[in-house]
Design a protein around this ligand. Structure first.
Ligand code: SF4
Length: 371
């Protein structure tokens, strides 16, 4: 057993499904774009999946954080607006972003400062708690859900049986195999597209190509995809890069919502200034020029004009008015048609939100995660 893994995590495992056996008791993990070849007794790059005697063991039956959040916080703007999500996270990540806003859980295995105590929970415990909390959507988030995909599916199977929808909030560094594995069980998928520059992605520990490929595959699989880019001065805010990034999304589908959100200093990235509303508005304009129909600016409630609202792309009527994570006005039919012209608005809708609370965040355990 790998000595690097904390004892509770080493015992909270079961054999994974997303791997193939190689000669000499080596395995290849297929859960993320790293496709780690792992010798017997070693950990993958994420430091939570490991080879024990030629079998890949993966995280199981614990959580590091659970919390009830509005779905707008994830952010999903075209899926069950005003709903409460039950969000859970485990430990570890396949990337190591210096500005991670969930570093307490994502970097817990790498960083001794990121001390959070895991708690044993079965998939049914989580669903029972979610239902008691009034949650509509079960979300795997806070750390990278791809590296715990088998556990995520186990939770989602129980959630679906209880009538819930399911979602991943992910860096998108997937593989064709994991997209196939998830497609039956994941309704919504948020990809954090951090840059359109492969050199930048390599600094974060990843590559751009698997992420772009995954966005296309997730969309083709019929999963509802929304994309977020945290805008960071000097990192990804060059107009040419934003134009290329948003043209790529528009080529996959101009109906994919793109959220450009404001950076604030966090974790090990303390140098760039906080992103201003003006920077968000400029980036959003580039996204619109690239052909995207639904562009939103986040983390600056009330300071970005109309960029928190949804407008019908056919007639221009405002169909959802938001402020921060709150839905203020709603003018869509249960089928998701514009209340003015009747044109369909892409997304996953359902009954209109009733009066939703402005802040229905409820922390269940652990520290305060961000999405
Ligand atoms: S999830 Fe990714 S980083 Fe972790 S072992 Fe598998 S391929 Fe490697």
């Amino acid at each position: 057993m790998p000595i690097e893994l904390p004892p509770l995590l080493a015992s909270s495992t079961q054999e994974g499904e997303l791997y193939e056996r190689l000669p000499n008791r080596r395995v290849r993990c297929l859960a993320c774009g790293h496709r780690c070849p792992i010798p017997d007794g070693a950990l993958g790059v994420c430091k939570v999946r490991y080879n024990a005697g030629g079998r890949l063991l993966v995280p199981w039956n614990y959580v590091a954080n659970v919390q009830c959040d509005p779905i707008e916080k994830k952010p999903f703007f075209h899926a069950f607006p005003g709903s409460t999500t039950y969000s859970f996270g485990m430990f570890g990540c396949d990337l190591h972003c210096a500005y991670c806003q969930n570093w307490v859980t994502s970097q817990a295995i790498r960083d001794p400062d990121a001390a959070v105590t895991p708690v044993e929970r079965s998939s049914h415990d989580l669903v029972d708690e979610a239902i008691r909390s009034g949650a509509r959507v079960m979300v795997s988030t806070y750390n990278e859900p791809l590296i715990t995909a088998e556990w995520g599916v186990a939770v989602f199977q129980a959630a679906r049986a209880a009538g819930m929808a399911t979602a991943f909030v992910s860096n998108g560094n997937a593989t064709p195999e994991v997209v196939d594995y998830l497609r039956q069980w994941v309704d919504l998928y948020k990809v954090d597209l951090k840059s359109f520059d492969d050199r930048r992605y390599r600094r974060l520990g990843g590559r751009l190509a698997p992420i772009l490929d995954s966005i296309q595959r997730l969309h083709d699989a019929g999963i509802w995809v929304e994309i977020v880019t945290l805008l960071i001065e000097g990192f990804n805010d060059e107009p040419d890069e934003i134009a290329a990034l948003t043209r790529f999304i528009a080529d996959v589908s101009p109906e994919i919502p793109w959220h450009v959100t404001a950076f604030h200093r966090d974790y090990r990235m303390q140098n760039p200034g906080d992103t201003t509303p003006q920077m968000l508005v400029r980036a959003a304009e580039i996204g619109r020029l690239a052909g995207l129909k639904f562009v939103y600016a986040g983390n600056q409630p009330g300071r970005v004009g109309d960029l928190e609202n949804t407008r019908c792309s056919t007639c221009g009527a405002r169909v959802i008015e938001r402020r921060g994570f709150s839905v203020l006005e709603y003018a869509l039919t249960p089928e998701g048609n514009c209340g003015s012209c009747g044109a369909p608005v892409p997304g996953r809708w359902g009954v209109a939100p009733t009066q939703r609370a402005t802040n229905h965040t409820h922390r269940a355990l652990g520290s305060e995660p961000s999405v």
